[in-house]
Each structure stands twice: as C-alpha cells, then as structure tokens.
Write a protein that binds this ligand. Structure first.
Ligand SMILES: [Zn+2]
Ligand SMILES: [Zn+2]
Length: 324
C-alpha cells in the first residue's frame, strides 16, 4: 500500500473478516472486558498517541473507546493551527489530515478529565510565534511537543528551534516520519540526535516503521510486508542513540509488529526500554478488527518475551519518559 495522504491506517477489514473477528471477540468478551467490575484489577496502560475529534469522532465515543481498550492514561496530541503554506502541503495537511483539534481543545479536555488524560503542545513550526504558542501550553502542563507532522526538513532551522525548546523545557518531541511528505531527511536525522543529545525524540509513522528492515529499498512503499532483516536505519537509531525512542501506534506500527513475528520478538527484546504503546486509531469500537490500538496491545502481549517486558512497553517506559 503506498497511499501518501490520510491517516496512517491499514486497509479496512472485509465484512467477512469483520464478522469472524467480531464473533471471536464476543466469545472472549467476558474475559477481556476491562470495564468488568469483578475479577482482578486490569493492568494500567498508557496510550501516548490519541487525537480529539479524530475523523470527527465525538468526545463521548473517544472516552468509551479508550475505556474499552483498557487505557488508564491517554495523551492527546493536538494539531497546529490551520494555515495554507508549503509546510502544511498548502492546507491539505491541516488538522494532522485527521480533523484533529488543536492546543486549546486538548488542554481543556485534559483539564475536564484530569484523572485519565494528559495533553501535548503543537504548532506549525515555520509560523512566526510557533515557539511562543508551544511554550504557552507547556507552561499549562503539556508533556510533549507533538504531533510534529509538517512538510519540513528534519534539520530545518525552524525544527531546530523546537528541539532547543524541548531541551529547555525537558519534554520529548514526537515526529511523524513519512517519505517526501512529513519530516524530510530521515537518513540524516542522526545529526540532530547528536546535536541534541539531551532531547528525547519519539519516532512514529510509515517511514519510521518501514525502516526497521535493512533491506527496505523503495522508500515510496509505506507499508512493506514480509520478512524483516535486522539492522535497518530505525533499528540502528534505537540501538545507537540513547535519546531515540519509538511510538508503536497506528497502522504502520501494527504492520511492523505483525509482518514478521520472529523478527518482532527480538526487536521488542532489544529495544524493550525504548518503545512505547500508542493507539492513534479513529474507530468507534475500541476492540475488534477495526481497532488498531487493541490489536497492537494484543500483539505486544503475544510477542513480548516476558510479563516484565510487556509492562515496560504498555506502561513503564511511558510513565518514566513522560514523568507520569
Ligand atoms: Zn501520525
Ligand atoms: Zn481503536
């Protein structure tokens, strides 16, 4: 699949797949329902990647979706302000190409649901006042600069100003890597990792995940399938730079986890302190075949080598990194 616009999502399941999986989910529903009052308390899970009004999803549905997935803390990532300029692909990439709301809405929502929600701060980096806008929300308690999803070089002066702010305020920067569309120049990002050793960078999306594979040759292929050879650029960034982390969310993250499960077992073991669960799904279900987040949780539970590693990926790493 090579679609270059729209949310980072694998194809919708066919009706037949959906019905089969729904029936299976129904059979297992009583054992898996995290909202069930009886039985042991479910394990806490931090979701580092969600959006408000995602593809128009109402707030009440988001709340129910996160509860259904078993999420105890959700981080809302705002869009930058809507503007028409090259860095937003002349407006086509406004609202993170997902109808996502901005800083003010995320801040207010997190205040209203303080027990379970946090928020990040964001802005179009090459706007005058971008730094001041992000700083305003960091002072209000934003815990990341995210989601950075703009058509700028990853080492552009405007981006470096955000990395300086992240260093000053000690918050991670989460970046959506998508070939020739968002955060350009993945192959030279090591220079930024070296120049900003005290800034935590969190990698996300198609180009980030496609490059786990040493043999990933065609950067236009955004959801590569099949066996993975260790040693891709992403694998090396994670191994070589203490300040590089990975966000497991979205169709690209789920595809990376499931395309070669033997590879994934080793990958999760190697980078067990560097990977964080996120969902980034816009469905209304919170379970089943339309919900990528719940499938990612299931894949982590299946492929993490031990309960201790599973806990780090779903909870501990995010808790530590985001100081939750
Ligand atoms: Zn994204
Ligand atoms: Zn979902």
């Amino acid at each position: 699949m090579t679609a270059s616009t729209g949310p980072d999502r694998l194809r919708e399941p066919t009706r037949r797949e959906f019905l089969t999986a729904s029936s299976l989910a129904l059979l297992g529903a009583t054992a898996q329902d995290p909202a069930r009052p009886a039985g042991p308390t479910p394990e806490p899970i931090i979701d580092i990647h969600q959006h408000l009004n995602y593809s128009g999803r109402p707030d009440a549905v988001l709340l129910a979706h996160q509860r259904a997935m078993g999420i105890t803390t959700t981080v809302l990532l705002p869009a930058g302000r809507p503007v028409t300029r090259p860095s937003t692909n002349q407006g086509a990439s406004n609202a993170l190409e997902a109808q996502a709301l901005g800083n003010d809405a995320c801040w207010r929502f997190a205040q209203a649901h303080a027990a379970a929600y946090r928020f990040a701060a964001n802005e179009v980096p090459d706007l005058d006042g971008a730094k001041a806008e992000i700083e305003r929300y960091l002072r209000r308690g934003a815990i990341m600069i995210a989601e950075q999803k703009f058509g700028l070089a990853c080492d552009a002066p405007e981006m470096q100003r955000l990395y300086e702010l992240a260093r000053e305020r000690r918050v991670p920067v989460l970046m959506h890597w998508q070939f020739e569309r968002f955060n350009l120049g993945f192959e030279r990002f090591h220079r930024m990792l070296e120049q900003f050793p005290r800034v935590t960078f969190i990698g996300h999306a198609q180009t980030w995940w496609a490059n786990i594979d040493k043999n990933h040759a065609d950067q236009k292929v955004l959801y590569p399938r099949g066996p993975v050879t260790p040693g891709g650029l992403t694998d090396r960034y994670l191994a070589d730079y203490p300040n590089m982390f990975g966000d497991l969310s979205a169709g690209s993250g789920l595809n990376a986890l499931t395309r070669d499960e033997d590879f994934t077992r080793g990958f999760l073991e190697r980078h067990q302190s560097k990977l964080l669960f996120g969902s980034d799904c816009s469905d209304h279900d919170g379970s089943g075949p339309r919900c990528q987040g719940s499938q990612t949780i299931a894949a982590i539970r299946r492929l993490a080598g031990s309960p201790a590693v599973e806990r780090k990926l779903l909870y501990g790493n995010a808790k530590q990194l985001l100081r939750l």
